[in-house]
Design a protein around this ligand. Sequence first.
Ligand SMILES: [Zn+2]
Length: 109
Amino acid sequence: MGCRRTDSWSALLRVVADQAKDERPLDGPIILRPDPGHRMPGRGAWLHPTPECFELAVRRKAFGRALRLQAAVDLHAVAHHVGAHPQHAVVALAPTITSEERSNAHEAG
Ligand SMILES: [Zn+2]
């Protein structure tokens, strides 16, 4: 998802939107959490568990696209998991998803 290299799912970290998002303030970010055990329900985003792949995904706003979120996302938990610097884990605003992007949202790695 970040570097766009494909890899087996076992080599990738799954990231999901926190299921308690309905309880968040209306204008608050959606918290994304690492799911190394692949146990959490819902749509997942996949990336290499490295700071490099994470930062690429942040720069490309790939989390919002992969998880089909149209709100700001809080990536601190994921950044901590992959060892990225906290300054690169600031809330990233997801782009508005167009129907064209929706049909292309099948990236891995
Ligand atoms: Zn990658």
